[in-house]
Design a protein around this ligand. Structure first.
Ligand code: FE2
Ligand code: FE2
Length: 304
């Protein structure tokens, strides 16, 4: 049977080449907007459109169109200069890219990174500030945007090559892709996880790795970061207790840890001031879990 997918109200105006359908009184799907037409966004504030649907067979083309429109929107928001708007659009892009039912949408993320790399100045720390604004998205999306912004800031600060920066940013965006496949209550929980819950949670590195491999042809460095970002060089991490971890995974793992301490509020643990968060990570460095060199590099980029 033909399937139709509901279009999010906030995204109605982003489609031009995708036909929309609505359900008539008899429950049949009838064309509402033909290919090549765009619905007026302003109309939404006055008259509501009916629930609109995309035909299942148009889904792949619709995802590509949506992600391209969102990237154009991101470009416009960056030019507009309001970082809150930039952050909001980035959050929408990440939300779409991490939606389990449309994993192919992650393939437009390199374009998103190119836009960020092309427009965010290497000197003014825009990306660092971008990581400090809240956009009230889900915790996973907030976290992902923060990690991506901090990673790009790190790469710019240390003068990484364009290709290394691009790959690290991709890895940052997708490091927790596996979490999107888990029950959101587990991800959003502000309580300490039980052993049973942690067992489930700790599957996310492998899930993310497999998801990226299956749905993209990104360099192996990207899924490897998803797999290894909770591993520690003393072998105390998970899921495999590996000691040999790629430097990319070590870096994202450290940024991940910092972001979680400095930005995540939990019932059992208040957020820490950046200095305090770094102090706690330093204890982990001294215990042999993180590389001293990477910690030093991260600390120096945060001071700027
Ligand atoms: Fe993770
Ligand atoms: Fe993470």
């Amino acid at each position: 049977m033909a399937e139709y997918l509901l279009v999010k109200e906030s995204q109605i105006a982003l489609f031009k080449n995708t036909p929309f359908y609505y359900q008539n009184g008899a429950g049949e799907y009838v064309i509402y907007k033909k290919k090549g037409e765009r619905l007026d966004e302003n109309r939404l504030s006055k008259i509501k459109y009916p629930d609109l649907y995309i035909f299942d067979a148009d889904k792949d083309a619709a995802i590509t169109e949506l992600m391209t429109s969102l990237n154009n929107d991101l470009q416009a928001k960056i030019k507009g200069g309001d970082l809150k708007d930039v952050r909001q659009t980035l959050a929408v892009i990440m939300t779409e890219a991490l939606t389990p039912s449309q994993p192919e949408s992650m393939n437009t993320l390199p374009e998103t990174i190119d836009i960020l790399m092309g427009h965010c100045s290497k000197k003014d720390g825009t990306l660092k500030y971008l990581s400090q604004i809240a956009s009230h998205s889900s915790l996973l999306i907030e976290h992902t945007v923060n990690i991506t912004a901090l990673t790009l800031h790190f790469c710019f600060f240390h003068g990484f090559s364009e290709s290394d920066t691009r790959q690290l940013a991709m890895a940052a965006m997708l490091h927790d892709a596996g979490c999107a496949k888990l029950d959101n209550r587990l991800i959003e929980s502000d309580k300490r996880l039980t052993d049973e819950q942690f067992k489930v949670y700790s599957t996310h590195p492998q899930l993310g790795h497999d998801l990226i491999i299956l749905n993209s042809d990104f360099d192996i460095a990207v899924p490897t970061v998803a797999l290894e970002h909770h591993e520690r060089i003393d072998g105390s991490g998970y899921p495999n207790g590996r000691r040999r971890i790629t430097s990319y995974a070590q870096l994202i793992g450290l940024i991940d840890c910092y972001e979680s301490l400095a930005y995540r509020w939990k019932k059992y643990r208040k957020t820490k001031k950046p200095f305090h968060a770094l102090h706690l990570i330093k204890e982990e460095v001294m215990a042999g879990k993180f590389s001293k060199e990477i910690f030093k590099q991260f600390t120096s980029c945060l001071k700027k």
